[in-house]
Design a protein around this ligand. Structure first.
Ligand code: FAD
Length: 477
């Protein structure tokens, strides 16, 4: 009978977990999570992610407890901890689900070659491995639609429900680790994450329930509804996916099952298909990150490296604090601050504003999102920022510059989203809420808004900024 250490990373669940299923079949299992406290990881957990991680580990501890085993928590350098743990426990095998970022790949490769035990790795986080999808000529896909066609044509062949272990044989004696609070993941003074709490229930059970509810009630309006930030028409599964509380295969299977059940319902089919298409963007992002490991910091197309970005602390502070004077931008940045999440349409608007209006490097924006998003995901974040900057795969062309006022009028017509997050403008009529500086003085007065006092004047003129950005980008292409 062998004994297996299972090292958790971005896979904080028991269901559809190939590494765990394998370990359980072998005999005794010790699941372990190691908080990497070295300075080597260029993308350590951001502050919002740490908050989520605390609760996700708490939920995972509960699941393991029910299955008869304790989750071991440790902190330090995994490269030093794992060999010691192997020696102490006399485990014969180590398993994990694969990572796809450069740091993770290098660490896993080193450990696979150096650990004095059998090491096995699995695909627990993607529909298909990056090396399983290539063009007919063996190239990597750099355009989404053909990637999506190729992905949909493949069979994704695992039954996610087959392997949820309900009883796990523990190590005897079990190794001792840290308490969850010792990992010090939650903010204390001040506890800025308090405002996140009403928005999220964290863990595997919630992720499954959220998916089921979404497929039963919400997906039917997804294709068009997903663009309107005041509507609750998206799944909000992103942080659960980022921490691996749910797998993309579970989402794929559940959606396919619903598609079969609703075969004759054209509206359901269109919307659920579109949902799968968005899940495939995540897949595309991971494939790109794997093939182009420098892209979290370097533009995929090198000609964009020469861009002369501006460095204005004043503009940066206005953007991060949601005080730019552009209500849709400010609403997005404040949604992020208050909830750890931002709607996808608004992510594109605020990113475009930072890059093209303020001419601040997309890498700075990506770093800010990394720290503040509860769904921070290196692959998706990189894709989102490079797409908006126009320097990545299948990106928005550089000359497409979002006009915040027009975007706002189109996607938040009545200003409901703005009113939620920028309450100082709540009394402005919809006609003026998108560009309050255009409102007549009397309307502003009636709404109780003094521009420059209650709410900022725009920090930049969009039309002038647009011309400048167009010229700067044109010089590079
Ligand atoms: P749904 O619309 O319900 O989609 C379901 C799932 O599909 C998502 O959870 C996500 O995993 C995937 N997905 C949807 N849209 C995209 C997309 N455009 N790109 C990649 N995957 C997608 N997403 C993250 O998960 N983490 C990030 O750090 C992140 N950073 C972003 C930065 C920028 C500048 C932009 C423009 C987008 C970013 N996204 C990121 C993508 C997208 O905004 C979120 O995935 C989405 O808003 C999550 O909400 P949801 O789960 O309700 O999405």
């Amino acid at each position: 009978m062998s004994s297996t250490l299972y090292w958790h990373r971005h896979d904080l669940r028991l269901g559809d977990n190939p590494a765990l299923s394998f370990a359980v079949e072998q005999g005794a299992v010790q699941p372990v999570f190691i908080l990497d406290t070295t300075n080597d990881n260029p993308w350590p957990y951001g502050a919002a992610s740490k908050w989520w991680l605390h609760h996700s580990l708490e939920s995972l501890q509960e699941s393991y407890k029910k299955a008869g085993v304790a989750l071991l928590l440790l902190a330090g350098d995994p490269v030093k901890i794992l060999p010691k743990l192997l020696r102490d426990t006399k485990a014969t095998c180590v398993v994990w689900n694969r990572r796809y970022d450069a740091y993770g790949i290098a660490q896993d490769k080193f450990l696979k070659e150096s650990l004095p035990a059998e090491v096995k790795s699995f695909n627990g986080n993607l529909l298909l491995e990056p090396w399983q999808i290539k063009t007919k000529t063996g190239e990597n896909y750099k355009v989404f639609t053909p990637f999506w066609r190729a992905l949909s044509a493949q069979s994704i062949s695992i039954d996610p429900l087959a392997g949820t272990p309900h009883q796990i044989k523990p190590f005897s004696p079990p190794p001792e680790g840290l308490n969850l609070n010792d990992l010090d993941l939650r903010p204390t003074k001040p506890d800025w994450a308090k405002s996140f709490e009403p928005h999220w229930t964290i863990g595997e059970t919630e992720a499954q329930q959220k998916l089921d509810k979404f497929l039963d009630n919400t997906v039917i309006a997804y294709k068009d509804g997903r663009d309107f930030p005041a509507q609750d028409d998206t799944s909000r599964l992103s942080p659960h996916l980022a921490f691996g509380e749910i797998s993309p295969r579970q989402i794929w299977y559940a959606t396919q099952a619903q598609l079969s059940a609703h075969k004759k319902n054209a509206a359901y089919t269109t919307n659920a298909d579109h949902f799968l298409r968005e899940v495939a963007w995540r897949e595309f992002a991971y494939h790109l990150l794997y093939q182009y490991p420098d892209t979290p910091t370097e533009p995929l197309y090198p000609k964009f490296k020469a861009m002369k970005w501006k460095k204005s602390k004043k503009h940066w502070d206005s953007w991060t604090k949601g005080q730019t004077g552009y209500p849709i931008v400010d609403a997005g940045m404040r949604q992020l601050w208050q909830t750890g999440y931002m709607h996808n349409r608004v992510r594109m608007i605020v990113a475009s504003f930072l890059i093209k209006d303020l001419m601040i490097a997309w890498q700075d924006g990506a770093t800010w999102f990394w720290d503040t998003l509860v769904d921070a995901d290196l692959a998706n974040n990189t894709l989102g920022w490079q797409w908006t900057a126009g320097c990545g795969a299948d990106a928005s062309p550089y000359y497409r510059i979002f006009n915040p006022g027009l975007q706002s009028a189109k996607f938040d017509k009545n200003g409901d989203y703005i009113r939620t997050y920028v309450p100082e403008l709540a009394k402005l009529p919809a006609k003026y809420i998108h560009e309050p500086w255009k409102a007549p003085p009397l309307i502003l007065k009636e709404a109780g808004v003094i521009l420059g006092k209650d709410y900022p004047e725009p920090i930049i003129d969009h039309a002038t900024a647009r011309d400048y950005a167009l010229q700067a980008f044109k010089e590079l292409v």
